[in-house]
Write a protein that binds this ligand. Sequence first.
Ligand code: SF4
Ligand code: FES
Length: 248
Amino acid sequence: MNLTLKIWRQKSSNDKGQMVEYKVSEISEHMSFLEMMDVLNEQLIAAGEEPVAFDHDCREGICGMCSMYINGEAHGPDRGVTTCQLHMRMFNDGDTITIEPFRAKAFPVIKDLVVDRSSFDRIQHAGGYISVNTSGNTQDANALPIAKEAADKAMDAATCIGCGACVATCKNASAMLFVGAKVSQYALLPQGQVEAADRVMAMVKQMDLEGFGNCTNTGACEIECPKGISLENIARMNREYLKASLKG
Ligand code: SF4
Ligand code: FES
């Protein structure tokens, strides 16, 4: 495949940035999108130019690092996959592909396609954990019976990889799907219920402080989420928040 790439280039967070056009040729349909980006970067390095900066780590859909907005969609045109799992067979010879960073006030661009998503880390630090006494008296996890439905729903929520596609996709740059998943994975389990009220209040407070927008029930986040996190998690977080507020 021969392709034209229109890529957002931005030297630093202070730089204005602009779209720059590149050509790549002999791209195999079996390559992943990131492998295609590697081909471009090798080409740029050989020509003495600065390679395109982009985030990646596992390259197998686990770490959530590969945040790219491809042809107007977070993680590109396929469903249920991250950019590293997106294959070039989704494109055609002669295509022009537009590649931008995830855009949101709370995800400032660091360089080219790399954004700072430490706002998600700070939300997690605010309450995305359970406190366990590990002094030698820790209860065996299997000693607590958990209903199958609750265990399954908690596991589904826990598959969120913190990629930020939900924020990048939302017209309000809302992080409600991410925070809803992180609140739900504990709210559904007895181990998480001890600190449930403090957790939801602290995480929502931090989410607002970071400058994420509100949810207006459009549902685009659920469609673009590579892990199929359901909107149900936002509803559960809202219920948890209401319960915690009434409790004072
Ligand atoms: S909810 Fe989905 S889109 Fe949002 S951070 Fe988690 S995995 Fe990514
Ligand atoms: S590089 Fe880890 S999810 Fe894509």
